[in-house]
Design a protein around this ligand. Structure first.
Ligand code: FAD
Ligand code: FES
Ligand code: MG
Length: 320
C-alpha cells in the first residue's frame, strides 16, 4: 500500500509537472549588450498566431509583475517566439538575471494588439532606433514578403550596440545604418537616414518608426512636410493589455485611445507625444523604490548564499 507521504509527494510532483507544462521554456538567450538581451521561448500556439506589430504580456515568475514586450520575431516551424528586452528597472533587471536557457517564463498572454496593416507593393521605410530595431523587424519582413521595396534605417549609439544587421539585409532592398558617434555606418540620427531616403526616393508610400517616443516624434516631424503616411508603435504603461484598466490611454488627434486594443500602431502625425511622455513618467518614484529594494534584497541573498546561511533567505523576498 502507498504511504500517505508517498501519495503527497506524488501529488506535489504532478502539480509541479502541470505548472511546468503551462509555463514556457526558454530555448535561447543572447546578450546583445550589457543592458539588452534576447530571449527565445517555446510556445507553438503563440508562434502560429503572432502577426507583425503585436505584443505579449509576460510574467517571468509566479509573483512577478506583468510587463508588455513586443514580439520581435516568431518561427512557426520551430514553434518559438523571440523577445528583445532592455533591462531598465526591477522586472527587466530580474529577468536579465534569472531568464536563462533551461528556465521558463511563468506566464505569457497574447498575441495582443492590432497587427500592423501590411499593404501590397510600394516603397516602405522601416526605421528602428536602439531597442526599436527588434520590433520593426517583423514588419520589414512582412512588407518584403508582400512585394514592397523595403528601405531599412537602423540607429544605435555606437558600433558595439549594433545587432540584427544581417537579418535586416536579408529583407531590405537598401539598409542605412546610423550611429551617433559614426563608429558604424553614417554618423547621425535615424532622422538623418530618413532625410537621405526621402531625398533619394521621390515616392515613399509609408514610414514605420519604432523606438523611444522622442525618436518616433522626430521621424513623424521629418515626414510631415512630405505628407508621407507614418506609423509609430506606442509604449504607454500597460497592466491588463485587454482594454479594461485604462492604464495605456493615449491621445491621438482629438480622440482618446487605448494602445493595447486600439494600437499599439498609430498615425505618428496625430499622436500627442507630450501626453505620452508625461504618463510614462508618472510612477518614476515607485519604480525607483522597487529597483532599490530589489538590489538590496539581491545583495542580501548573495551575501547569505556566500556565507551558506540559506535559511536567511526570505521565502519570496528575492522576488518582491
Ligand atoms: P520600471 O522601473 O518599472 O519602469 C521603467 C520604465 O518603463 C517606466 O518609467 C515606464 O516608462 C516603463 N514601464 C514600466 N512599467 C510598464 C508597463 N507595465 N508597461 C509599459 N511600460 C512600463 N521593452 C523592452 O525592453 N522590449 C520590448 O520589446 C518592449 N515592448 C513593449 C511593447 C509595448 C506595447 C509596451 C507598452 C512596452 C514595451 N516595452 C518593451 C517596455 C517595457 O514594458 C518596460 O520597459 C518594462 O515594463 C519596464 O519594467 P521594469 O519593472 O523593468 O522597469
Ligand atoms: Fe489596460 Fe490597455 S493595458 S486598458
Ligand atoms: Mg516595473
Amino acid at each position: 500500500m502507498e504511504s500517505s507521504s508517498e501519495t503527497d509527494r506524488g501529488r506535489s510532483t504532478s502539480a509541479a509537472d502541470a505548472l511546468m507544462a503551462s509555463s514556457f521554456p526558454i530555448v535561447a538567450r543572447h546578450d546583445i549588450s550589457e543592458v539588452t538581451f534576447l530571449l527565445e521561448f517555446r510556445h507553438p500556439l503563440m508562434a502560429r498566431a503572432a502577426r507583425p506589430g503585436q505584443f505579449v504580456i509576460v510574467m517571468s515568475h509566479a509573483e512577478g509583475e506583468r510587463i508588455p514586450l513586443t514580439i520581435a520575431d516568431f518561427d512557426r516551424e520551430q514553434g518559438t517566439v523571440t523577445l528583445v528586452i532592455q533591462a531598465v528597472g526591477k522586472t527587466t533587471l530580474e529577468m536579465q538575471q534569472d531568464c536563462q536557457v533551461g528556465s521558463t517564463l511563468y506566464g505569457v498572454a497574447g498575441p495582443l494588439g492590432i497587427p500592423t496593416e501590411i499593404r501590397d507593393g510600394g516603397t516602405v521605410v522601416c526605421v528602428g532606433g536602439g531597442l526599436g530595431v527588434a520590433p520593426v523587424f517583423p514588419q520589414a519582413r512582412a512588407f518584403h514578403e508582400h512585394g514592397a521595396k523595403v528601405i531599412g534605417i537602423l540607429g544605435f549609439r555606437t558600433k558595439d550596440l549594433v545587432f540584427w544587421q544581417d537579418k535586416f539585409r536579408s529583407v531590405c532592398d537598401e539598409l542605412i545604418l546610423c550611429t551617433d558617434d559614426g563608429s558604424a555606418g553614417i554618423q547621425g540620427l535615424v532622422t538623418d537616414g530618413l532625410k537621405m531616403a526621402i531625398e533619394s526616393h521621390p515616392k515613399i508610400d509609408e514610414v514605420v518608426a519604432i523606438g523611444p517616443p522622442i525618436m518616433m516624434r522626430a521621424c513623424a516631424e521629418t515626414t510631415r512636410p512630405h505628407s508621407i503616411r507614418t506609423s509609430v508603435s506606442l509604449n504607454p504603461i500597460m497592466v491588463d493589455g485587454t482594454g479594461m484598466c485604462g492604464g495605456c490611454r493615449v491621445r491621438v488627434g482629438d480622440q482618446v485611445k487605448f494602445a493595447c486594443v486600439d494600437g499599439p500602431d498609430f498615425d505618428g502625425h496625430r499622436v500627442d507625444f507630450d501626453d505620452l511622455a508625461t504618463r510614462l513618467r508618472r510612477y518614476r518614484h515607485e519604480e525607483q523604490e522597487a529597483v532599490e529594494h530589489w538590489h538590496h534584497t539581491c545583495h542580501r541573498a548573495e551575501k547569505a548564499a556566500g556565507e551558506t546561511v540559506v535559511s536567511a533567505l526570505p521565502a519570496t523576498g528575492a522576488r518582491s
